[in-house]
Design a binder for this molecule. Structure first.
Ligand code: BGC
Length: 718
């Protein structure tokens, strides 16, 4: 066999070595080079073996601008050039930002996190992989797992929120859904966990800005979801754009090699974020030249250069000059090839063009998106007006998002289509049924006509919020208020005494103090995806429970952010309480805390048990409580476990989420919910930046959110 690496019965490691041994220096460098398919790019590089990967996305436009799309035929044509015309026939790996669904668009990742249902997120990712692969995509730049605590930062929309534990469970679910148990199956795609690491800590919530965090914050807050993704088998990692305490993440050997490979054993490859290799020179100013930047990055452990072209241009010289060893380059290439073999690209480099049409937006896929959207909607307030009654009365469905289609899909949605979306007013009209008169104002009329139409209605459903162009990459905002004018109209409606149900569509937590005080009900629907209209109607009329809980704190005002529940205790309790973390002009507490969300029923928590009360390091501690549905509706409570390490060698957060469980309960039904804590769950980063678990007292809570719950204690003994 002249291409022995094609023998699929050989182990992947062996196949990689056989291929590597056959490659020239240039062909190796080619594997580290990724190009964005722009109109004017030089396709002849493929046949020369000088391209490892192609990607197609509207990149710097933050995914808010739809591009021309992908299709299997066009991708196959390029792949044929690599497989049939290049000397060794190494297939390209085709990437795209398929962030929260392909044609079937799911809620934005922040909304998915609000489901607190990793299994549902896994199923959604599986649907996404099936659809994207049918269009020829083999690799997606998702999931984004940056723990995000500043809603001014537009990319919080793409994240799983503020908490490392919740984000970790979602990260592994997304990876498993995209890659499956057998990543070589043609309907699975490689995942890329990003942006490694600390990108969300951008000062002032400004995108691409610096993060000041030290190593402990990095390890305890930002890294856990990445580690969870690595443990779930993620194929690739994307290095971040920004600097941490002055060190560019993409040139940081400590992050990319010592921690990622050394400590965690990651054996996939690291791709840079868009063009960042060159920006270490032109932007961050840490390299004298582009060539120096290439040297720094590959030696740090960055294997594939997205778009900057620096590796392609300078790597041969760097190797010749001994600034990059042959072994370092070989290792980078080995990692890329390993992923290509694992994902079956040598066996099935081409997409099956006949599958595209029958795979997209099937009834099954829509049902999965609808359920995810239902479970993502958070009921923040309800004075009893919800659920609405069907088949009677008069409703006005109004607001700038009442008729929205494409806007409901959210940012970073390249392949979703507005025409696939049923807007809220249509979904509500259908769900309300005959006998209910549903009015809606015309396109432009959320204004002085609204109160006129509202008069005499039994309820106004006001769909307010922000469009996706205000969130996602490069879309930070300085004020978390609703866009101009919206609250004023709500005030007019409220002034008429008409019951007001406010639905907020947004890519981030917004500050909504007036609405929280005056609306009869408040629902947070994020950007809910292609089934958002239906899902909202389901929730409004009680055909589905509002299943969501906040994955990020809702502030009272912009001045409170960054705000998150898992802060460290103040050093001045007691007499200094008024000055410690409090504001003179506003309450210091959030408007709604992390984990909050109501249901159409009520729950009672009783009988907390912690056993044993004193445990050795090798033992487990069981924490359990009984949760009872005390209301008149079936419901799904999200039971949350929080822990505090009372005294430790470094100051520890006042509470940390350690587990959660969804309990489906009929009226009157009780369930005993138990969590098991191991000493590793109580680990944190000590003063020497090493992981440590310390003996001592721990407080535990089981409750419905980060501020309430039954409290107990246990002791860990050395
Ligand atoms: C973003 C990444 C994205 C990449 C490719 C960059 O601008 O930061 O999240 O995956 O573009 O589109």
């Amino acid at each position: 066999m002249d291409r022995p690496w094609l023998d699929k019965d050989k182990p992947v490691g062996k196949r990689v070595e056989l291929l590597l041994a056959a490659m020239t220096l240039e062909e190796k460098i080619g594997q580290t080079h990724q190009i964005h398919q722009r109109k004017d790019w030089d396709k002849s590089l493929i046949a020369k073996g000088l391209v490892g990967s192609l990607f197609n996305a509207s990149g710097a436009n933050a995914g808010n601008v739809r591009d021309e799309g992908v299709n299997a035929r066009a991708i196959n044509e390029l792949q044929r050039m690599a497989v049939e015309q290049s000397r060794l026939g190494v297939p390209l790996i085709f990437a795209r930002d398929v962030i929260h669904g392909h044609r079937t668009v799911f809620p934005i990742p922040l909304g998915q996190a609000a489901t607190w249902n990793p299994e549902l997120v896994r199923q959604g990712a599986e649907v996404t992989a099936r659809e994207a692969s049918a269009d020829g995509v083999q690799w997606t730049f998702a999931p984004m797992v940056d723990v995000s605590r500043d809603p001014r930062w537009g990319r919080i929309a793409e994240s799983f929120g503020e908490d490392p534990c919740l984000a970790s469970r979602m990260a592994e679910a997304a990876v498993r859904g995209l890659q499956g148990d057998d990543p070589s199956a043609p309907d699975r795609i490689a995942a890329c966990v990003k942006h490694f690491a600390g990108y969300a800590g951008a000062e002032g919530g400004r995108d691409y800005w610096e993060n000041h965090c030290g190593e402990r914050q990095m390890r305890d807050v930002y890294l856990p979801p990445f580690r969870a993704a690595v443990e779930a088998g993620v194929a690739t990692v994307m290095s971040a754009f920004h600097v941490n305490d002055g060190v560019p993440a993409s040139g940081d050997r400590h992050l990319l090699t010592d921690i990622l490979r050394g400590e965690w054993g990651f054996d996939g490859f690291v791709v840079s974020d868009y063009g960042i290799v060159s920006e270490l020179h032109s932007g961050h100013g840490v390299c004298e030249s582009l060539k120096d930047a290439g040297e720094l990055c590959i030696n740090a452990g960055l294997d594939m250069d997205m778009m900057s072209g620096v590796y392609l241009k300078y790597m041969a010289e760097l190797v010749a000059e001994g600034r990059v060893t042959q072994a370092t380059l070989d290792e980078a290439v080995r990692r890329v090839l390993r992923v290509k073999f694992r994902f079956g690209l040598f066996e099935h480099p081409y997409a099956d063009e006949s599958k595209t049409a029958v795979t997209m937006l099937t009834a099954e896929h829509r049902a999965c998106a609808r359920r995810t959207a239902q479970e993502s909607i958070v009921l923040l307030k309800n004075n009893g007006i919800l659920p609405l009654q069907k088949a009677k009365g008069r409703l006005l469905v109004t607001g700038p998002l009442a008729r929205a289609r494409a806007e409901l899909l959210g940012c970073w949605c390249l392949d979703g289509r507005g025409e696939d979306v049923v807007p809220v007013h249509e979904a509500v009209t259908k769900a309300a049924g005959e006998g209910c008169w549903v009015k809606t104002d015309n396109e432009a009329a959320f204004g002085d006509l609204t109160p006129v139409l509202a008069r005499g209605c039994d309820a106004v459903i006001a769909c307010v919020g922000e469009g996706p162009w205000r969130s996602g990459e490069g879309n930070s905002i300085a004020s978390l208020e609703l866009p101009a004018g919206q609250v004023e109209i709500l005030k007019m409606v409220h002034g008429l005494g008409v019951p007001l149900v406010v639905v907020v569509f947004a890519g981030r937590p917004l500050a909504l103090p007036w609405i929280a005080e005056h609306a009869d009900a408040l629902l947070y629907a994020w950007h809910p995806g292609v089934e958002g209209g239906h899902a909202l109607a389901d929730v409004l009329f009680g055909d589905a429970n509002p299943g969501g809980r906040l994955p990020a704190t809702l502030p009272r005002a912009t001045g409170q952010v960054p705000i998150h529940y898992s802060h460290r205790p103040t050093h001045r309790p007691g007499t200094y309480w008024e000055t410690s973390g409090w504001y003179k002009d506003m309450l210091h507490s959030p408007l709604y805390p992390f984990g909050h969300g109501l249901d159409y029923t009520t729950y009672e928590y009783t009988d907390l048990a912690v056993s044993p009360e004193s445990a050795g390091m090798a033992e487990t501690v069981r924490v359990s409580a009984t949760v009872t549905n005390t209301g008149g509706h079936a419901g799904t409570e999200v039971v949350q476990l929080y822990v505090r390490d009372v005294k430790a060698c470094v100051s520890r957060p006042v509470k940390e989420l350690k587990g959660f469980r969804k309990a489906l309960l009929a009226p009157g039904e009780s369930s005993r919910v138990e969590f098991v804590l191991r000493s590793e769950d109580l680990m944190f980063t000590g003063p020497d930046n090493k992981p440590v678990v310390e003996a001592g007292e721990f407080e535990v809570w089981i409750g419905p959110d980060s501020t309430r719950g039954l409290q107990g204690t246990f002791r860990l003994t050395a």
